[in-house]
Design a binder for this molecule. Structure first.
Ligand code: 5GP
Length: 293
Protein backbone atom coordinates (compact mmCIF):
# COMPACT_ATOMS: atom_id res chain seq x y z
CA UNK A 1 0.00 0.00 0.00
CA UNK A 2 2.98 2.29 0.57
CA UNK A 3 3.29 3.10 -3.13
CA UNK A 4 -0.34 4.00 -3.69
CA UNK A 5 -0.95 7.63 -4.70
CA UNK A 6 -2.40 9.77 -1.88
CA UNK A 7 -6.18 9.92 -1.69
CA UNK A 8 -7.35 13.34 -2.90
CA UNK A 9 -10.58 15.14 -2.18
CA UNK A 10 -12.63 16.35 -5.17
CA UNK A 11 -11.39 19.91 -4.75
CA UNK A 12 -7.76 18.77 -4.45
CA UNK A 13 -8.18 16.69 -7.63
CA UNK A 14 -9.67 19.68 -9.43
CA UNK A 15 -6.81 21.95 -8.31
CA UNK A 16 -4.23 19.37 -9.44
CA UNK A 17 -5.82 19.04 -12.86
CA UNK A 18 -6.06 22.85 -13.22
CA UNK A 19 -2.36 23.04 -12.44
CA UNK A 20 -1.55 20.33 -14.99
CA UNK A 21 -3.53 22.16 -17.68
CA UNK A 22 -1.78 25.43 -16.81
CA UNK A 23 1.65 23.73 -16.97
CA UNK A 24 0.91 22.19 -20.36
CA UNK A 25 -0.19 25.60 -21.63
CA UNK A 26 2.99 27.27 -20.38
CA UNK A 27 5.16 24.60 -21.99
CA UNK A 28 3.28 24.82 -25.30
CA UNK A 29 3.64 28.60 -25.28
CA UNK A 30 7.37 28.43 -24.64
CA UNK A 31 7.87 25.84 -27.41
CA UNK A 32 5.92 28.01 -29.84
CA UNK A 33 8.09 30.98 -29.00
CA UNK A 34 11.25 28.91 -29.38
CA UNK A 35 10.09 27.78 -32.82
CA UNK A 36 9.34 31.33 -33.90
CA UNK A 37 12.74 32.49 -32.64
CA UNK A 38 11.39 34.99 -30.10
CA UNK A 39 12.98 32.91 -27.31
CA UNK A 40 16.41 31.26 -27.25
CA UNK A 41 17.27 27.93 -25.65
CA UNK A 42 18.91 29.58 -22.62
CA UNK A 43 15.95 31.93 -22.09
CA UNK A 44 13.90 28.78 -21.57
CA UNK A 45 16.52 27.09 -19.39
CA UNK A 46 16.57 30.18 -17.15
CA UNK A 47 12.79 30.46 -16.95
CA UNK A 48 12.09 29.89 -13.23
CA UNK A 49 8.55 28.55 -13.64
CA UNK A 50 8.14 25.02 -12.30
CA UNK A 51 6.34 23.90 -15.47
CA UNK A 52 9.38 24.86 -17.54
CA UNK A 53 11.98 23.54 -15.12
CA UNK A 54 10.20 20.18 -15.21
CA UNK A 55 10.23 20.05 -19.02
CA UNK A 56 12.55 17.43 -20.52
CA UNK A 57 15.70 18.66 -22.25
CA UNK A 58 14.78 16.52 -25.25
CA UNK A 59 11.46 18.40 -25.65
CA UNK A 60 13.32 21.69 -25.48
CA UNK A 61 15.79 20.67 -28.17
CA UNK A 62 13.06 19.18 -30.39
CA UNK A 63 11.38 22.57 -30.46
CA UNK A 64 14.54 24.59 -31.10
CA UNK A 65 15.05 25.74 -34.68
CA UNK A 66 18.33 24.40 -36.01
CA UNK A 67 18.19 21.34 -33.73
CA UNK A 68 14.92 19.42 -34.07
CA UNK A 69 14.09 15.82 -33.31
CA UNK A 70 16.86 14.28 -35.41
CA UNK A 71 19.77 16.08 -33.86
CA UNK A 72 18.46 16.32 -30.28
CA UNK A 73 19.66 12.88 -29.17
CA UNK A 74 23.14 13.11 -30.64
CA UNK A 75 23.61 16.55 -29.09
CA UNK A 76 22.45 15.24 -25.73
CA UNK A 77 24.72 12.24 -25.84
CA UNK A 78 27.75 14.37 -26.73
CA UNK A 79 26.81 16.81 -23.98
CA UNK A 80 26.53 13.94 -21.50
CA UNK A 81 22.85 14.52 -20.81
CA UNK A 82 20.63 11.49 -20.24
CA UNK A 83 17.54 11.09 -22.43
CA UNK A 84 15.12 11.67 -19.58
CA UNK A 85 16.91 14.63 -17.97
CA UNK A 86 14.69 17.61 -17.09
CA UNK A 87 15.80 21.23 -17.55
CA UNK A 88 15.89 21.86 -13.81
CA UNK A 89 18.24 18.92 -13.30
CA UNK A 90 21.01 20.15 -15.60
CA UNK A 91 24.36 20.67 -13.90
CA UNK A 92 26.83 23.42 -14.72
CA UNK A 93 29.06 21.14 -16.89
CA UNK A 94 26.09 19.89 -18.84
CA UNK A 95 24.93 23.49 -19.41
CA UNK A 96 28.36 24.39 -20.70
CA UNK A 97 28.47 21.31 -22.94
CA UNK A 98 25.04 22.21 -24.24
CA UNK A 99 26.18 25.73 -25.01
CA UNK A 100 29.20 24.41 -26.93
CA UNK A 101 27.01 22.01 -28.88
CA UNK A 102 24.68 24.88 -29.77
CA UNK A 103 27.61 26.92 -31.03
CA UNK A 104 28.87 23.97 -33.11
CA UNK A 105 25.40 23.60 -34.59
CA UNK A 106 25.25 27.33 -35.29
CA UNK A 107 22.17 27.76 -33.09
CA UNK A 108 21.90 31.36 -31.92
CA UNK A 109 22.17 31.70 -28.15
CA UNK A 110 21.52 34.82 -26.15
CA UNK A 111 24.05 36.08 -23.68
CA UNK A 112 22.72 37.44 -20.40
CA UNK A 113 22.73 41.22 -19.93
CA UNK A 114 25.14 43.07 -17.69
CA UNK A 115 23.36 45.40 -15.29
CA UNK A 116 25.32 47.78 -13.11
CA UNK A 117 23.56 49.25 -10.09
CA UNK A 118 25.00 52.21 -8.23
CA UNK A 119 23.68 54.89 -5.93
CA UNK A 120 24.52 56.81 -2.80
CA UNK A 121 25.31 55.04 0.47
CA UNK A 122 22.16 54.48 2.51
CA UNK A 123 19.84 54.26 -0.50
CA UNK A 124 19.16 50.56 0.07
CA UNK A 125 21.25 48.91 -2.68
CA UNK A 126 22.25 45.96 -0.59
CA UNK A 127 18.63 45.26 0.41
CA UNK A 128 17.79 45.19 -3.30
CA UNK A 129 20.67 42.80 -4.02
CA UNK A 130 19.73 40.49 -1.16
CA UNK A 131 16.18 40.45 -2.47
CA UNK A 132 17.35 39.52 -5.99
CA UNK A 133 19.95 36.96 -4.92
CA UNK A 134 17.36 34.18 -4.90
CA UNK A 135 16.14 34.91 -8.43
CA UNK A 136 17.05 32.12 -10.86
CA UNK A 137 17.39 34.19 -14.05
CA UNK A 138 19.68 36.78 -12.54
CA UNK A 139 23.05 36.25 -10.98
CA UNK A 140 24.29 38.76 -8.40
CA UNK A 141 28.03 39.08 -8.80
CA UNK A 142 30.16 38.44 -5.74
CA UNK A 143 32.80 41.15 -5.26
CA UNK A 144 36.19 40.80 -3.67
CA UNK A 145 37.16 43.36 -1.03
CA UNK A 146 40.06 44.14 1.27
CA UNK A 147 37.84 45.59 3.98
CA UNK A 148 37.10 43.72 7.19
CA UNK A 149 33.82 41.79 7.34
CA UNK A 150 31.10 43.50 9.36
CA UNK A 151 29.07 41.65 11.92
CA UNK A 152 26.52 39.40 10.11
CA UNK A 153 28.61 39.36 6.94
CA UNK A 154 29.78 36.01 5.58
CA UNK A 155 32.78 35.32 3.38
CA UNK A 156 31.56 33.87 0.09
CA UNK A 157 28.05 35.24 0.52
CA UNK A 158 28.39 39.00 0.98
CA UNK A 159 31.93 39.38 -0.35
CA UNK A 160 35.09 37.45 -0.91
CA UNK A 161 37.12 38.97 1.91
CA UNK A 162 40.74 38.92 0.74
CA UNK A 163 44.08 40.38 1.76
CA UNK A 164 45.81 43.32 0.10
CA UNK A 165 48.40 40.92 -1.35
CA UNK A 166 45.74 38.73 -2.90
CA UNK A 167 44.01 41.82 -4.31
CA UNK A 168 47.33 42.91 -5.90
CA UNK A 169 47.76 39.45 -7.41
CA UNK A 170 44.27 39.56 -8.87
CA UNK A 171 44.95 42.96 -10.45
CA UNK A 172 48.23 41.67 -11.90
CA UNK A 173 46.48 38.57 -13.25
CA UNK A 174 43.82 40.79 -14.91
CA UNK A 175 41.17 38.92 -12.99
CA UNK A 176 38.94 41.96 -12.41
CA UNK A 177 36.29 43.35 -14.72
CA UNK A 178 36.67 46.58 -12.75
CA UNK A 179 37.98 47.60 -9.38
CA UNK A 180 38.07 50.78 -7.29
CA UNK A 181 39.03 52.20 -3.95
CA UNK A 182 36.27 53.30 -1.65
CA UNK A 183 36.46 54.59 1.92
CA UNK A 184 39.95 53.19 2.49
CA UNK A 185 39.42 49.71 1.06
CA UNK A 186 39.56 48.15 -2.39
CA UNK A 187 36.64 46.44 -4.12
CA UNK A 188 36.63 44.50 -7.39
CA UNK A 189 34.39 42.37 -9.62
CA UNK A 190 35.96 38.99 -10.52
CA UNK A 191 35.69 38.65 -14.30
CA UNK A 192 35.43 34.90 -14.86
CA UNK A 193 32.29 34.23 -12.87
CA UNK A 194 30.48 37.11 -14.58
CA UNK A 195 31.48 35.79 -18.02
CA UNK A 196 30.43 32.27 -17.17
CA UNK A 197 26.96 33.30 -15.97
CA UNK A 198 26.38 35.52 -19.02
CA UNK A 199 27.45 32.80 -21.43
CA UNK A 200 24.76 30.59 -19.94
CA UNK A 201 22.19 33.27 -20.60
CA UNK A 202 21.86 34.55 -17.04
CA UNK A 203 21.68 38.28 -16.45
CA UNK A 204 24.36 39.55 -14.14
CA UNK A 205 23.87 42.32 -11.60
CA UNK A 206 26.83 44.27 -10.24
CA UNK A 207 26.25 46.41 -7.17
CA UNK A 208 29.23 48.74 -7.28
CA UNK A 209 30.26 52.33 -6.64
CA UNK A 210 30.47 55.00 -9.30
CA UNK A 211 34.14 54.80 -10.35
CA UNK A 212 33.60 51.09 -11.08
CA UNK A 213 30.42 51.84 -13.03
CA UNK A 214 32.39 54.25 -15.19
CA UNK A 215 34.97 51.55 -15.97
CA UNK A 216 32.22 49.18 -17.07
CA UNK A 217 30.73 51.90 -19.27
CA UNK A 218 34.09 52.07 -21.08
CA UNK A 219 34.87 48.36 -21.31
CA UNK A 220 31.32 47.24 -22.16
CA UNK A 221 29.20 49.97 -23.72
CA UNK A 222 26.25 47.56 -24.00
CA UNK A 223 26.02 47.24 -20.21
CA UNK A 224 23.04 48.96 -18.64
CA UNK A 225 23.86 51.43 -15.87
CA UNK A 226 21.12 51.96 -13.33
CA UNK A 227 21.21 54.56 -10.59
CA UNK A 228 19.16 54.02 -7.45
CA UNK A 229 17.85 57.25 -6.01
CA UNK A 230 16.15 57.88 -2.65
CA UNK A 231 12.54 59.19 -2.63
CA UNK A 232 13.93 62.46 -1.25
CA UNK A 233 17.21 63.92 -0.01
CA UNK A 234 15.69 64.27 3.47
CA UNK A 235 14.99 60.54 3.63
CA UNK A 236 18.55 59.75 2.66
CA UNK A 237 19.89 62.11 5.34
CA UNK A 238 17.66 60.43 7.87
CA UNK A 239 18.97 56.97 6.94
CA UNK A 240 22.58 58.09 6.82
CA UNK A 241 22.49 59.79 10.19
CA UNK A 242 20.47 57.07 11.90
CA UNK A 243 23.56 55.09 12.96
CA UNK A 244 23.99 56.38 16.46
CA UNK A 245 27.50 54.94 16.64
CA UNK A 246 28.95 57.35 14.05
CA UNK A 247 30.90 60.41 15.22
CA UNK A 248 29.81 63.88 13.98
CA UNK A 249 32.77 63.96 11.53
CA UNK A 250 31.94 60.51 10.22
CA UNK A 251 28.30 61.53 9.68
CA UNK A 252 29.35 64.70 7.86
CA UNK A 253 31.73 62.70 5.65
CA UNK A 254 29.01 60.18 4.77
CA UNK A 255 26.63 63.01 3.84
CA UNK A 256 29.24 64.79 1.72
CA UNK A 257 29.99 61.56 -0.12
CA UNK A 258 26.29 60.89 -0.71
CA UNK A 259 25.91 64.38 -2.13
CA UNK A 260 28.78 63.74 -4.56
CA UNK A 261 27.30 60.40 -5.55
CA UNK A 262 23.84 61.90 -6.13
CA UNK A 263 25.39 64.44 -8.51
CA UNK A 264 26.49 61.56 -10.82
CA UNK A 265 23.00 60.21 -11.55
CA UNK A 266 22.99 61.91 -14.97
CA UNK A 267 25.73 59.54 -16.21
CA UNK A 268 23.40 56.54 -15.86
CA UNK A 269 21.00 55.04 -18.43
CA UNK A 270 18.15 54.71 -15.95
CA UNK A 271 17.30 56.21 -12.58
CA UNK A 272 15.02 54.15 -10.33
CA UNK A 273 13.57 55.68 -7.19
CA UNK A 274 13.64 53.28 -4.28
CA UNK A 275 10.11 53.60 -2.91
CA UNK A 276 9.80 49.84 -2.40
CA UNK A 277 12.43 47.11 -2.78
CA UNK A 278 10.03 44.82 -4.67
CA UNK A 279 9.32 47.52 -7.25
CA UNK A 280 12.97 48.30 -7.89
CA UNK A 281 13.80 44.59 -8.11
CA UNK A 282 11.11 43.91 -10.68
CA UNK A 283 12.08 47.02 -12.69
CA UNK A 284 15.69 45.76 -12.76
CA UNK A 285 14.55 42.34 -13.96
CA UNK A 286 12.51 43.75 -16.82
CA UNK A 287 15.34 46.10 -17.81
CA UNK A 288 17.70 43.09 -17.90
CA UNK A 289 15.31 41.05 -20.04
CA UNK A 290 14.82 43.84 -22.56
CA UNK A 291 18.56 44.48 -22.70
CA UNK A 292 19.50 40.86 -23.42
CA UNK A 293 17.54 40.65 -26.68
P1 5GP B 1 30.34 48.44 1.58
O1 5GP B 1 31.71 48.46 2.18
O2 5GP B 1 29.40 49.37 2.28
O3 5GP B 1 29.80 47.04 1.44
O4 5GP B 1 30.48 48.98 0.08
C1 5GP B 1 31.01 50.22 -0.18
C2 5GP B 1 30.81 50.58 -1.63
O5 5GP B 1 31.57 49.70 -2.46
C3 5GP B 1 29.37 50.47 -2.10
O6 5GP B 1 29.05 51.63 -2.84
C4 5GP B 1 29.36 49.26 -2.99
O7 5GP B 1 28.41 49.37 -4.03
C5 5GP B 1 30.77 49.31 -3.55
N1 5GP B 1 31.24 48.04 -4.08
C6 5GP B 1 30.99 46.79 -3.65
N2 5GP B 1 31.58 45.88 -4.42
C7 5GP B 1 32.23 46.56 -5.40
C8 5GP B 1 33.03 46.19 -6.52
O8 5GP B 1 33.27 45.02 -6.81
N3 5GP B 1 33.55 47.20 -7.29
C9 5GP B 1 33.32 48.51 -7.01
N4 5GP B 1 33.84 49.41 -7.85
N5 5GP B 1 32.57 48.90 -5.97
C10 5GP B 1 32.03 47.94 -5.17
Amino acid sequence: MANMPPKLSDSQRLAASDKAVQSRRERADVKERLKSGSLGIFDVINDPRESIQRMRVRELLDAAPGVGVRRAFSIMSRANISKTRRIGGLGINQLQNLRNEMLLNKVAITRGALIVMSGPGGVGKSTITSFLREHPSLWVSLSATTREPRENEKDGRDYLFITDEKFDQMIAGEEFLEWAEFAGARYGTPKRAVEQARELGRHVLLEIEIAGARQIRKSDPAALLVFISPPSWEQLVERLTARGTDSAERRAARLALAEEEMACSGEFDEVLINHRVEEVASALLSLATSRAK
